[in-house]
Design a protein around this ligand. Structure first.
Ligand code: PPS
Length: 304
C-alpha cells in the first residue's frame, strides 16, 4: 500500500462535519475556500478532460466509463487506484495533512481527467481559455436530492443533513454544498452552446448505456471494437461497480465514509424518490420546480 493510501485510511485527526462559506453565492467548504485563489488560478492544459456534475448526478459512473474508454477497456488498468486518485477532484480538500485535489491535479502528467462539482460560473477561467473538453452529467432533481441526502448521512465530512424534510428544504433553497441544483443544470445547459461540452443525463445512461457510452467515445474521438464496448457496458453497470473497491469508495476511511449508514453505491436507480417524497412534499416540489425551470429547454425524466 502506498504511503499516501495508508495515510488516507488511517485518520489521525478528528473527523468533523464541514463548515461552509459562500463564494459568489455558492456554498463551498471552508477548506476549499481557504485555497480558493489557487483553485481559481488553476492552469488547465488543452488536453485536459473535465467531468463536471452537480454532486450525486452520476459522476463516479461517468468517471469509470471515461477511464475504461481511455484505457481501451482494460479492467486491470482501471483498477490501478481509487477513482479520486485516478481523476483528481479539483476543489476538494479532505484535510490539510492530505494532498488536495488541486495538488494531485497539478502533479499529474498529461493527459489528465479531472472532476468538479463547481457551477459553470466558478470554473477556473483557464478551462475556457484552453478550450478543454468537458463532459457534464445531470440527473433529475428528485433522485438527485434523495441521493444527496443519504450521502450527507454517510459522509461525515458533509454538513449535518437534519431530517429528510429539513434537508429537502435546504436543497430546494440551494443552501447546500455547491448551491442550487436548478442553477447548476441550467447554467451548464447554456454553456454547452458556446463550448465543447457533452451534456449527458443519468436517466439516458441507465436506459441505454450502449448509446450513451458511444456518445462519450465519439466525443473523446475513440473508436473501440464492439467487444470492448460490451466490456465497458458490463464493467460500469451498477451491480459490478458496487463490488469494485476501486470505484465504490470503500478504500476511504470508514470514519469519513460510513457505508453501514448508507453505501456510496446505494441504489443506482431512477425513480427512487417515490420511496422518499410524501404526497405533500412532491406537490410543493413540483410547484417550485415549475417556477425555477420556466423558460429553459432543459427537461428531465423522473422515471423510466
Ligand atoms: S459524488 O459523490 O458526487 O461523486 O457522487 P456521484 O458519483 O455523482 O453519484 C452517486 C450516485 O450515482 C450512483 N451510481 C450509479 N448508478 C447507476 N449505475 C452505476 N454504475 C452507478 N455508479 C454510481 C450511486 O449509487 C449514487 O446514487 P444513489 O441514488 O444514491 O444510489
Amino acid at each position: 500500500m502506498s504511503v499516501e493510501k495508508e495515510k488516507a485510511m488511517k485518520v489521525d485527526w478528528e473527523v468533523t462535519r464541514c463548515e461552509t462559506v459562500e463564494v459568489e453565492g455558492i456554498p463551498l467548504t471552508t477548506k476549499s475556500y481557504a485555497i480558493w485563489d489557487k483553485i481559481w488560478a488553476f492552469q488547465a492544459r488543452p488536453d485536459d478532460l473535465l467531468i463536471a456534475t452537480y454532486t450525486k448526478a452520476g459522476t463516479t459512473w461517468t468517471q469509470e466509463i471515461v477511464d475504461m474508454i481511455q484505457h481501451g477497456g482494460d479492467i486491470e488498468k482501471c483498477k490501478r487506484a481509487p477513482t479520486h486518485d485516478r481523476q483528481p477532484f479539483l476543489e476538494w480538500v479532505v484535510h490539510e495533512s492530505l494532498p488536495s485535489g488541486l495538488e494531485r491535479a497539478k502533479k499529474m502528467p498529461s493527459p489528465r481527467t479531472l472532476k468538479t462539482h463547481l457551477p459553470v460560473h466558478l470554473i477556473p477561467p483557464s478551462f475556457w481559455k484552453e478550450n478543454c473538453k468537458i463532459i457534464y452529467v445531470a440527473r433529475n432533481a428528485k433522485d438527485n436530492a434523495v441521493s444527496y441526502y443519504h450521502f450527507h448521512r454517510m459522509n461525515q465530512l458533509m454538513p449535518e443533513p437534519g431530517t429528510w424534510e429539513e434537508f429537502l428544504e435546504k436543497y430546494i433553497a440551494g443552501k447546500v454544498l455547491w448551491g442550487s441544483w436548478y442553477n447548476h443544470v441550467k447554467g451548464w445547459w447554456r454553456a454547452k452552446d458556446d463550448h465543447p461540452i457533452l451534456y449527458l443525463f443519468y436517466e439516458d445512461i441507465k436506459e441505454n448505456p450502449r448509446q450513451e457510452i458511444q456518445k462519450v467515445m465519439q466525443f473523446l474521438e475513440k473508436d473501440l471494437e464492439k467487444e470492448v464496448l460490451d466490456k465497458i457496458i458490463h464493467h460500469t453497470q451498477f451491480e459490478i461497480m458496487k463490488e469494485n473497491s476501486m470505484a465504490n469508495y470503500t478504500t476511504t476511511s470508514p470514519e469519513i465514509m460510513n457505508h453501514k449508514i448508507s453505501p456510496f453505491m446505494r441504489k443506482g436507480a431512477v425513480g427512487d424518490w417515490k420511496n422518499h417524497f410524501t404526497v405533500a412534499q412532491n406537490e410543493r416540489f413540483d410547484e417550485d420546480y415549475k417556477k425555477k425551470m420556466a423558460g429553459t429547454s432543459l427537461t428531465f425524466r423522473m422515471e423510466l
